[in-house]
Design a binder for this molecule. Structure first.
Ligand code: CA
Length: 222
């Protein structure tokens, strides 16, 4: 999953980016409203964390602009303490949730998980597909009662495929949602990760969960 952070407090933005990357998310950062608006409109983000008080273009204007252009990406607003009107008008302008600064990183993670599964069929933090169990809160994966150890990148790919189960996902779309804008899109890295995940979750089982769709990409079938 790919997250765009629009936040002008550089130290805060950078610490959130680092923490989210450790959790396996791909993260882009904009330090002002102009860059933030451009990236919100042009990068395939799965979620946007949007500060309200921003230089050049404020967060509320960005929010209204992207909703007006039909971008439905979930938006988590970051508001200052006691800024009740920001929360109210933000939610009215199309924000999906808000978080008051300062916040605990664990709470941010929980809200991100909730927003990312909002548009899928998955309503809790546990996904069960074809005998595999993925706990998005603890990032534990089990199949046949056995725990499967995945690297953060492997986990992120599997989770993204699970949330979008039964949909054919192209290499380009997988790369775009799992890597930030500094990543070279031509790489065959997705194939490498798919093979590693298959070795861990499908080897030894008759029913293969990850299937190749020739010329199109991959699909996780339930
Ligand atoms: Ca700010």
């Amino acid at each position: 999953m790919r997250i765009l952070i629009v936040e002008d407090e550089k130290s805060l933005a950078d610490i959130i980016k680092k923490g989210l990357e450790e959790e396996g998310y791909a993260v882009d950062v904009a330090y002002n409203g102009e860059d933030g608006l451009f990236m919100a409109e042009n990068e395939p983000s799965d979620l946007i964390m949007l500060d309200i008080m921003l230089p050049v273009i404020d967060g509320m204007t960005i929010l209204k602009r992207i909703r007006k252009t039909g971008i439905k990406t979930p938006v988590l607003m970051l508001t200052a303490k006691d800024a009740l009107m920001d929360k109210v008008s933000g939610l009215d302008s199309g924000a999906d949730d808000y978080l008051t600064k300062p916040f605990l990183f664990e709470e941010l993670l929980a809200r991100i998980r909730a927003l990312l599964r909002r548009n899928s069929e998955v309503k809790t933090s546990v996904i069960e597909i074809g005998g595999i169990i993925i706990d998005m809160a603890t990032r534990e994966v089990k199949r046949g009662g056995k725990q499967i150890l995945l690297s953060p990148r492997e986990y992120a790919l599997l989770e993204y495929m699970a949330i979008n189960k039964d949909m054919v996902l192209s290499r380009t779309s997988l790369t775009e949602h799992l890597y930030d804008q500094d990543f070279d899109l031509d790489s065959n890295v997705i194939d490498v990760f798919i093979n590693r995940i298959r070795n861990k979750i499908d080897r030894g089982f008759d029913k293969k969960l990850i299937l190749t769709v020739r010329g199109a990409g991959y699909i996780l079938k339930g």
